[in-house]
Design a protein. Structure first.
Length: 410
């Protein structure tokens, strides 16, 4: 099987390949490529000289493992596969949530310090607090996202798919099709959307409905569709409840909160909090929600008209998250900075995102003004699709398509 190497993630995981005291947990929305990433890690281990017999790999969704459902069965399976193996054993378990009390088994093998353990699974299980409670300080999480724009183009090249010579048209295709790795391999847009709808159904049935016992599916879908249709907008729980009431849907605040948390746990959406630059505090209430993949919006809506504002914001948000930045929305007085980024070395940068600032001086001023209010010396960017770039007060104007295609960092 041909595997596209996602180096943005591999370079963060490589330092932990031989760490027997730490469990490596790969999280991310279903079908974002976690399993393929684990197989890539296996390939890299073998390439650096690890014997194939030291690789123990279980995909617990496979038919041969359907009867492995509890901790005792999993423990016996691992012990059986480990017999006679010397040196570090590299244990990979895909869809580990299929096993009850898997945390106890993994911690037991971790304590032996003979196993380097990697796991993936359904987020509503892995991120429910059970793993973090029982294995606090003994695991490291690597969050995997669907393909960013640079990966989308490189994966198309990898599989021999055509890439539009017009960068803006290629960006349009990315917005419509999304970044699910498997969807890239389909040629027809209808097939891509059918695949995405299948992913949505799988998430609801496996990660949300069974675990939370959602009985009123219609109410859940109303809330889900409201959040998805308003991605990139500042919204509050009270605002959602009031808006739904206006349209004849009476859903309590507690229910809305519960449904939103379910969407967050399944990583259908991500929450972006608001940060006040003056007080240096997080602002409670309104938040922005971004989609884990834009194809969720276009698969659930018949409208193909682009709203470039939130689409570009969503793309930039996921691009920065895939490069391991912490992200929040900034408020400077009455003005808003689209993104405040903090990298792993605690350096900051600030971004305004707009389709273009070439339409008028007012448009340009609207994007530059919030950044000009920020008085520190960290980098500031206005990110647009414009090819004629401006210079103003030390703020860097970038073409976001070129920036992402070249895999640059802010």
């Amino acid at each position: 099987m041909k595997l596209y190497k996602r180096d943005n993630y591999l370079k963060r995981i490589r330092g932990f390949y031989d760490a027997t005291d730490i469990i490596k947990v790969l999280t991310g929305v279903r079908r974002c490529g976690k399993s393929s990433l684990m197989l890539t890690i296996v390939d890299e281990l073998i390439a650096k000289g690890v014997s194939a017999e030291n690789i123990i790999y279980f995909d617990l969704d496979r038919r041969e493992y359907r009867k492995v459902t509890d901790d005792d069965q999993l423990e016996r399976l691992i012990e059986e596969k480990s017999k006679g193996i010397e040196g570090i054993k590299y244990l990979f378990i895909d869809e580990v949530q299929n096993v009850r009390n898997f945390e106890l088994v993994l911690n037991g093998f971790r304590m032996e310090e003979e196993y380097s353990i990697f796991i993936t699974g359904s987020n509503s299980y892995l991120l429910s607090g059970e793993l973090s409670t029982k294995l606090t300080g003994r695991y490291v999480e690597f969050e995997i996202f669907t393909l960013n724009f640079e990966e989308y183009q490189n994966m198309k090249k990898f599989f021999g798919k055509p890439i539009n010579t017009n960068p803006l048209q290629e960006l349009n295709s990315f917005i419509l099709e999304g970044g699910f790795p498997r969807a890239v391999q389909f040629d027809d847009l209808e097939d891509k959307r059918s695949y995405t709808l299948g992913v949505i159904k799988e998430i609801f049935e496996k990660d949300i409905r069974r675990r939370l016992k959602i009985r009123d599916r219609d109410a859940f879908e109303i809330v889900r569709n409201f959040i998805i249709n308003n991605y990139g907008s500042l919204i509050s729980i009270n605002g959602i409840v009031d808006n739904l009431k206006k349209h004849g849907n009476s859903i309590s605040k507690a229910t809305v909160s519960r449904y939103i948390q379910a969407l967050l746990d399944a990583k259908i959406i991500y929450e972006c909090t608001k940060f006040d630059m003056k007080s240096k505090k997080m602002i409670k209430g309104e938040k922005k929600y971004y989609l884990s993949d834009l194809s969720f919006y276009y698969a659930l809506n018949t409208d193909n008209q682009f709203n470039y504002g939130p689409s570009l914001e969503n793309i930039v948000y996921l691009y920065t998250k895939s490069h391991n930045y912490s992200v929040s929305v900034g408020r400077i007085g009455k003005l808003e900075c689209d993104f405040i980024l903090r990298d792993s070395k605690l350096n900051y940068s600030y971004i305004q995102v707009s389709y273009t600032i070439a339409l008028s001086k007012d448009t340009e001023d609207r994007e530059y003004r919030p950044l000009e209010k920020i008085k520190d010396n960290y980098p500031k960017y206005v990110a647009t699709t414009d090819y004629i770039l401006k210079k103003r007060n030390g703020i860097e104007h970038i073409n976001i398509i070129e920036f992402m295609t070249e895999n640059k960092l802010f």
